[in-house]
Ligand binder design. Structure first.
Ligand code: XMP
Length: 321
């Protein structure tokens, strides 16, 4: 019987064998896969694992704290956070093209991570790099013939050819639901294990137009409200994810109290999906939509309109960029 605890025991034994008394580095994204991979490796080699978390400033409200506080509390893992917010904002200044944004974010991410690796290597012999690669990732990067490049996913094919690490990939044989069960078995918090997908380029590709600190702040507030209301309505398990998108270059006229407003719209993009390859727009209950809309327009001063995206994938993609 292939139980979750037997997967854990088997992977821990394999990691011990591979890493021996060596040291390993793992980049945490805040997502499920890297969190579970790191927790497995940590169980195998303890504090000879160091995790690196890059804050690129494109995170949602509370995400950095979730990693720094909740994840560390649950695992006791050694964590280095690199604050690269200024660097990413600088690199993105003036950029509006979606593919350019994605390429810039991917490139800066690798640079920052490589610098963190070099700093760590100076302190000790870190020979191993932990990756949260899943079975579907392995299959996709092996096949792929005939698949058009619709969007450049920042974490696929990003490894340099002269990689100076040996890879440790304890999730290579697992599917997402198995990874979640392993995470639970390892004692990770529900907020991490049940997290919905979030793109590597983060809020950078949910601001249509240039990414600035002010716009990020607006989107972060609107996104936090939508997530709060979906969670309190008990809908998290029924939707795949619900991006909130800021149409930063669009303005429309509204009225609030006695005055005219001239603000930005945000788009709610709730989708249902099995694997993100195709998706349908989720028929959210009207009362939930109403609460989200009322709260966002009341609590986020710069937003005066909330609109709903009713496009499936295809022809739309899930993210707007
Ligand atoms: P699209 O927009 O292509 O998104 O329909 C499909 C799924 O992938 C997520 N996504 C990403 N995930 N890096 C990631 O790790 C990325 O660059 C990226 N772009 C999109 C998206 O949130 C959805 O779940």
């Amino acid at each position: 019987q292939w139980t979750t605890s037997s997967i854990v025991d088997e992977q821990v034994a394999l990691i011990k064998k591979q890493v021996g008394d060596g040291k390993a580095i793992c980049g945490l994204s805040g997502g499920v896969d890297s969190a579970v991979a790191a927790a497995l490796v940590q169980r195998a080699i303890g504090d000879r694992l160091t995790c690196v978390f890059v804050d690129h400033g494109l995170l949602r409200a509370g995400e950095r704290a979730q990693v720094e506080r909740d994840y560390v509390a649950a695992t006791g893992v050694k964590l280095v956070t690199v604050d690269a917010r200024e660097r990413f904002l600088g690199a993105l200044a003036g950029v509006t093209d979606p593919e350019r944004k994605r390429k810039i974010i991917g490139r800066e991410f690798i640079r920052v991570f490589e610098q963190a690796e070099r700093d760590l290597k100076a302190e000790g012999d870190y020979r191993f790099l932990v990756q949260g690669t899943l079975y579907p990732d392995v299959v996709e990067s092996g096949g792929g013939a005939g698949t058009a490049n619709i969007k450049s996913h920042h974490n696929v094919g990003g490894l340099p050819d002269d990689l100076q690490f040996e890879l440790v990939e304890p999730l290579r044989a697992l599917f997402k639901d198995e990874v979640r069960r392993v995470g639970t078995e390892l004692g990770l918090p529900e907020t991490i294990v049940q997290r919905q997908p979030f793109p590597g380029p983060g809020l950078g590709i949910r601001i249509i137009g240039e990414v600035t600190a002010e716009r990020l702040e607006i989107l972060r507030k609107a996104d936090a409200i939508a997530r709060e209301e979906l969670t309190s309505a008990g809908l998290d398990n029924q939707i795949w994810q619900c991006p909130v998108v800021l149409l930063a270059d669009v303005r429309s006229v509204g009225v609030q109290g006695d005055g005219r407003t001239y603000g930005h719209p945000v788009v709610l993009r709730p989708v249902s999906s099995e694997d993100a390859m195709t998706a349908d727009w989720t028929r959210l209950p009207y009362d939930v939509l109403e609460r989200i809309s009322t709260r966002i327009t009341n609590e986020v001063a710069e937003v005066n309109r909330v609109v709903l995206d009713v496009t499936s994938k295809p022809p739309g993609t899930i993210e707007w960029e």
